[in-house]
Design a protein around this ligand. Sequence first.
Ligand SMILES: Cc1cc2nc3c(=O)[nH]c(=O)nc-3n(C[C@H](O)[C@H](O)[C@H](O)COP(=O)(O)OP(=O)(O)OC[C@H]3O[C@@H](n4cnc5c(N)ncnc54)[C@H](O)[C@@H]3O)c2cc1C
Length: 530
Amino acid sequence: MALTRRKLLEEIGKVGGVGAAYMAMETLGLAVPTPAGAENFRLPRSSGKSRSVVILGAGIAGLISAYELSKAGYRVTVLEARDRIGGRSWTIRGGDTIVQTGRHDQHASFDPGLYFNAGPARIPSTHRAILSYARRFGVPLETFVNSNRSAGWDFGGKVVPERRMVNDMRGHMGELLAKAIDQHALDQQVPKGELEVIRGFLQPYAQLDRKGRYSPGGSSGYAVEGGGYANAPKGLAPLTLDELLPGTSLQARGSIVLPYIFEHIWDMQATMLQPVGGMDRIARAIYAEVKPSVRLRTPVTAIRRSGERVRIEHGPGGQATEADYCVCTLPLPILARIPSDFSPAKKAAIAGAPGYLHSVKLAFEAPRFWEADDNIFGGLAWTDRQNENVVYPSDRYGSAKGVIIGSYCAGWTHRDNPDAFAALSHEERTRISRESIEALHPGRSHVLSKPVSVAWGLTPYSEGVSAMWPGGPGSLEARPALYGELLKPEGPIVFAGEHLSYQPAWQEGAALSAHEALKVVAQMAQARSA
Ligand SMILES: Cc1cc2nc3c(=O)[nH]c(=O)nc-3n(C[C@H](O)[C@H](O)[C@H](O)COP(=O)(O)OP(=O)(O)OC[C@H]3O[C@@H](n4cnc5c(N)ncnc54)[C@H](O)[C@@H]3O)c2cc1C
């Protein structure tokens, strides 16, 4: 008798369980990753008939799971610990309370219409899955300005506009390369014709004069801008390499590298987008589709197997929910502490996963002096102070007030900054952020008001921004072996969340991991009913 692929999978499943069947599916090419883009994702329409799924967590991964499974006919229950959905996709508005472990509660009092995206703020145009959910549910999007040539870089105690830093750096690098070509230093490595092409290209690209010297032509700004009639512009002298890489130590000079390359990183490139009115609009729109299935204020306390099914214990009274399958989207630091019937290998992988990034964000409400005084519309200012980053709002230009991010401390300029900044009191973080804005906009920090800060390591039910896989988001570096173990189902339990994707620290990663997990659920349901 010929052994069909289904029969083979059934036999493997009987001997080795669902995990073994899943790995066999991968080997046979049946568990093929879904290409990015939710348009491409659909579970078989009636695959969920008479099947139930309990989903742990109502962040992006949990909500997308609930939506897609419901559409395929599964009976879905979502258990969410918090009194809100969205998880890390958290937008703070006036009236909201910020709870931080071991700290006093903060109360946001922003004016109506103003908001602070304490978690995600930007979506690259390459993130097709999350963008397609926004499109499907009619969430309006606007441009998120992710770099701004008029914004300041405050390094080594000196504020210089980004335009001058970036263009002078390109000029210097071009001049160096032109020198190397002119002095025949590259003759052995590069064919003559190619060197001529590069030399010709460098002239306009790096603004070199005929002798190959960098001669700023206005891209880096003017000492005096051109005006009407006889008011001719006056040029700026180029900054020296010391001024472009300020600091005395290699470490201090290195702290400015990221600002130079930031807008070239794959998922930081223009055009970036944001939902109008706050990032949580996307999570809320998906929630609207599945609301009756979601149980808020229901922390999961134990994850148990019950025959072929799952039994999830939750809530203070020891209640339990049983289902055929479970999609677990809990962040790893939290999952590590929840009692479970997981295999020793799974428990070891959860405990051994890399730590989470402990970024801090701090926001003020203020009249929009950065627009009125300095013509800065959106974008980022960079600094070697501990707050690292100031982010100007990309919404509602020209209105009376805005929420300015006084700090987005994520290890951009020094990897130890987030933990050190998180360890400070809210008042200290506020002081540092205020001083930074004062340096960028002298005389204006006194109008900053209503500061609110969120340290993600101290945020209950998150305990961090994301798993710090080697190399970070989009890295080509290999993942450790335990990553493979984390992907495997545990009997009827599958796993999702940004940490189980190659786009960690993004909502896109949460969406794409959910798609993979749901395919496994559908395959298991199909195998059971075969
Ligand atoms: C500071 C910061 C900046 C970011 N910037 C961006 C950005 O610009 N763009 C972008 O796209 N992404 C960004 N991200 C990443 C993005 O927010 C996450 O990747 C994504 O939201 C994770 O979704 P998730 O569903 O995997 O996890 P989560 O959102 O963490 O969902 C898990 C859910 O489980 C719940 N939960 C936890 N414990 C329990 C329990 N015991 N019982 C029941 N429920 C529980 C939580 O409350 C939560 O709702 C940022 C994140 C942070 C924190």
